[in-house]
Design a protein around this ligand. Structure first.
Ligand SMILES: [Zn+2]
Length: 346
């Protein structure tokens, strides 16, 4: 008999009073882990004191506990709205304990499939899907603030457009082209508007940028759209011989070194790091069953965070948990699947 089986048969032999005692003990333990995460969230989110998440006012009082889950409620004396520590955050309105979110993040860090994750966290598969995208949103917010310094290598890479996940949006979506016949390869010479261009840059200390910039060939404006403001003006930018970067570096006053693509070098400068970033990225993306273009930025941020940054796994978990719990942004599930196919709109 399994350990759990043994325990269950032992429980059956307990008296009614002993069963009550056991039940109380288990409930206490459950709420103890729960309150660990709740106090973590309170500490992280309201470090400077309780602030109303609706109006930002400090005039806040305790307002009893929520029925069912026992969560502390608060009332804002200014706007008159009530809230709890999760209100107006990514984890609000999900009816799941914060411990489930913590478990979910661990599953995601281990690269588990949505099906497996849903099973472990005991949530519906659609919930697992929505949570993944809420977390990827929070992560993009971190990644969007990464600024590269020192020697920065930049080069773009391409992904075929995928309209996956747009067909169920209540008939409002029309394919902008005829669907490809199954098994038939797309034969397009050179770059076409069916290729999503991702502008990438890496430096030597593990910082990276990867973001959808445009369709087809990249222009100076497209480069600037992603890398502008995010490359320190004292850095040296290293690229292959692409004209778009010349004007970009000139406009931004950044020192530029251009090498002939591939493996060639110019003194200490080369583009080998950005090349290996591209292979790491394409290997990572192959691990998913085709990523819809509208979600590509999220997966790029996920790759950079998990595969390129030099944090330890424990640090990653802490960073992610902190971000997910403190980002003042409510994401409505319906908005996730309703995103436009080419939401980056360039
Ligand atoms: Zn308020």
């Amino acid at each position: 008999m399994s350990a759990v089986g043994n325990i269950l048969s032992m429980i059956k032999s307990l008296s009614a009073a002993e069963k009550r005692e056991l039940k109380m003990m288990l409930l206490e333990n459950a709420s103890a882990t729960m309150s660990d995460m709740e106090s973590f969230m309170t500490d992280e989110r309201f470090a400077g004191g309780m602030v109303c998440p609706h109006c930002g006012c400090l005039h806040v009082v305790r307002n009893g506990h929520q029925e069912g889950n026992g969560k502390q409620r608060y009332l804002c004396r200014d706007c008159g709205k009530s809230f709890d520590i999760t209100s107006n955050s990514i984890v609000s309105g999900t009816h799941k304990g914060l411990d489930v979110w913590e478990r979910y993040i661990v599953c995601m860090m281990q690269g588990l499939s949505l099906r497996k994750t849903a099973e472990i966290c005991e949530i519906h598969r659609n919930t697992a899907f929505n949570w993944r995208h809420k977390i990827l949103d929070a992560l993009q917010d971190i990644e969007d603030n990464v600024v590269l310094n020192g020697i920065v290598e930049a080069d773009e890479t391409f992904f075929a457009i995928s309209y996956k996940g747009n067909h169920s949006n209540g008939g409002s979506f029309t394919m902008p082209r005829k669907p490809h016949k199954r098994g038939k390869e797309i034969h397009t010479r050179g770059l076409s508007k069916e290729q999503v261009c991702v502008a990438c840059a890496v430096n030597r200390s593990g910082k990276s940028i990867g973001k959808v910039s445009n369709l087809g060939r990249i222009s100076t404006k497209n480069v600037d759209g992603v890398l502008g403001d995010r490359i320190d003006e004292n850095s040296t930018l290293v690229t292959d011989e692409m004209n778009a970067y010349v004007k970009f570096a000139l406009n931004r006053g950044i020192n530029l070194v251009q090498v002939k693509g591939g493996k060639s070098k110019k003194g200490i400068y080369n583009v080998q790091r950005v090349n290996s970033y591209h292979s790491s990225l394409s290997k990572f993306m192959r691990g998913f069953n085709g990523v819809a273009t509208k979600y590509l930025n999220g997966y790029l941020a996920w790759h950079n965070f998990m595969k390129y940054s030099k944090h330890t796994d424990a640090e990653r978990k802490q960073i992610l948990l902190r971000r997910v719990l403190t980002l003042p942004k409510k994401v409505v599930c319906k908005e996730i699947s309703n995103r436009g196919a080419l939401a980056f709109a360039v």
